[in-house]
Design a protein around this ligand. Structure first.
Ligand SMILES: *[C@@H]1O[C@H](CO)[C@@H](O)[C@H](O)[C@H]1NC(C)=O
Ligand SMILES: *[C@@H]1O[C@H](CO)[C@@H](O)[C@H](O)[C@H]1NC(C)=O
Ligand SMILES: *[C@@H]1O[C@H](CO)[C@@H](O)[C@H](O)[C@H]1NC(C)=O
Ligand SMILES: *[C@@H]1O[C@H](CO)[C@@H](O)[C@H](O)[C@H]1NC(C)=O
Length: 391
């Protein structure tokens, strides 16, 4: 049996349902990549591609206004899941991304380098593939991802929805040459969808396959672990060590909530909004918000001094969310050497959001995050990392 098939069987085995307050939940195992490479592209392509596109969609303006504040190196700390497409299923590694709303994977015919290094969907090998005749295009840093929109059978966490629209991408920009994921599975509101229509999760809900229109992300703090999970249909209360606090989604596109302030080491800046985005690795914010914070740190951080840096506090509706320096400084190994990088990136977000930050994976590791779409709210609780499955 080849590796891919074994992985698929393991995935199915892991997805046993568990009883929750409102019915069964389903688990999508998430793979966390080791911190072994410096990789700035994943973050940048998201910022320059997806956001550009979204800003245009929501606000009707073309956003060419990025101040691409001095690009540092970013650790490629992303969390991936697997999705199966077609009949029989073809498996892909995807970013489970609450910052976008389309599902796309590379597909045949695509023979450019970024396609050759990834799994490709082959429509000819699927009996359920239906070409809708629509085309798909999304702009990224070094070019576009283009493809055709198809209706297919798609499985996530062992739940199988029919007639899911996805893009079979036959052209990939060079940004994707080095990504460890094949494609992206968007979990934001369908207002952001380029394809249009229902997202994968919307389809799971519409087809009665999940208990509730709720999902949650638990991110492990362990390196090289597959303990992280996207929980479909509810919350796994083994993963929270405090009660959840909820905040209304004030703009249903990304998941945008109101936020009060960000404080660190004597700097205290007013915020208006925060975007809760599983697909962003670090904490991103307007330059006006993040530059005064970035200035508190030396350009090269000595890993042995991490604990001397102050806590970062993000206040949301009067509640304080604290990240310690171990949380916001990212330690990576590059060719056997430890390097410490600041997990902040300044970038111009849409002016309509006011002073805004994106709460990315850095935040999710500390706070188990619930997307409660029934009540249009996002909830956070301190994650309990002692319940990792592998322990
Ligand atoms: C594709 O599926 C959508 C629902 O997701 C449906 O409205 C549409 O008619 C289908 N198109 C084709 C060509 O089957
Ligand atoms: C975390 O989970 C462990 C194992 O279930 C439990 O013993 C512990 O009390 C939990 N910690 C908190 C702070 O809830
Ligand atoms: C987990 O969250 C639920 C819902 O907010 C709460 O009732 C429960 O007490 C929390 N668990 C812990 C250990 O605090
Ligand atoms: C930082 O936060 C942690 C956890 O909330 C707390 O235990 C610690 O005392 C804080 N450190 C400082 C310097 O405030």
């Amino acid at each position: 049996m080849n590796k891919k098939i074994i992985a698929l069987l393991l995935l199915v085995a892991v997805c046993a349902a568990q009883t929750m307050e409102n019915g069964p939940i389903v688990r999508v195992p998430i793979i966390k990549r080791a911190r072994t490479e410096i990789q700035k592209k994943n973050l940048l392509l998201r910022l320059k591609g997806i956001y550009d596109n979204i800003i245009n969609k929501i606000f009707g303006i073309r956003a060419n206004s990025y101040s691409e504040v001095k690009v540092q190196n970013y650790a490629d700390l992303q969390y991936f899941g697997q999705v199966q497409i077609g009949t029989p299923a073809q498996t892909f590694t995807v970013v489970l991304d609450t910052g976008s709303s389309d599902l796309w994977v590379p597909g045949t015919p695509c023979n450019s380098l970024p396609c050759l290094v990834h799994n490709k969907f082959n429509p000819k090998k699927s009996s359920t593939y239906v070409d809708t005749g629509k085309s798909f295009s999304i702009q990224y840093g070094t070019g576009a991802v283009k493809g055709t929109v198809a209706n297919e059978t798609v499985s996530l966490g062992g739940l199988t929805a029919k007639n899911v629209q996805f893009a079979n991408a036959h052209q990939l920009s060079m940004d994707f040459q080095t990504t460890k994921f094949d494609g992206i599975l968007g979990l934001a509101y369908n207002q952001l969808s380029n394809i249009g229509g229902l997202t994968v999760f919307d389809q799971l809900v519409a087809q009665g396959l999940v208990a509730q229109d709720v999902f949650s992300f638990y991110f492990s703090d362990k390196e090289n672990s597959d303990d992280s999970e996207l929980v479909l249909g509810g919350i796994d209360f083994a993963y929270n060590s405090t009660a959840f606090k909820y905040y209304p989604v004030i703009l249903q596109a990304w998941y945008v909530i109101a936020a009060d302030s960000i404080q660190i080491g004597g700097v205290n800046l007013k915020l208006n909004t925060a975007i809760v985005d599983s697909g962003t690795s670090v904490i991103v914010g307007n330059a006006v918000v993040l530059n005064p914070i970035i200035k508190l740190f030396p350009s090269k951080i000595d890993c042995s001094q991490i604990n001397t840096y102050p806590n970062l506090t993000i206040t949301i509706s009067g509640d304080n969310y604290v990240l310690g320096p171990q949380d916001y400084i990212v330690q990576i190994n590059l060719q056997g050497q430890s390097q410490c990088l600041l997990g902040f990136q300044a970038l111009e977000l849409p002016a309509q959001l006011g002073n805004s930050i994106i709460l990315g994976d850095t935040f999710f590791r500390k706070y188990y995050t619930v997307y409660d779409r029934v009540n249009s709210r996002v909830g956070f609780a301190v994650a309990n990392h002692s319940n990792n499955k592998s322990q």
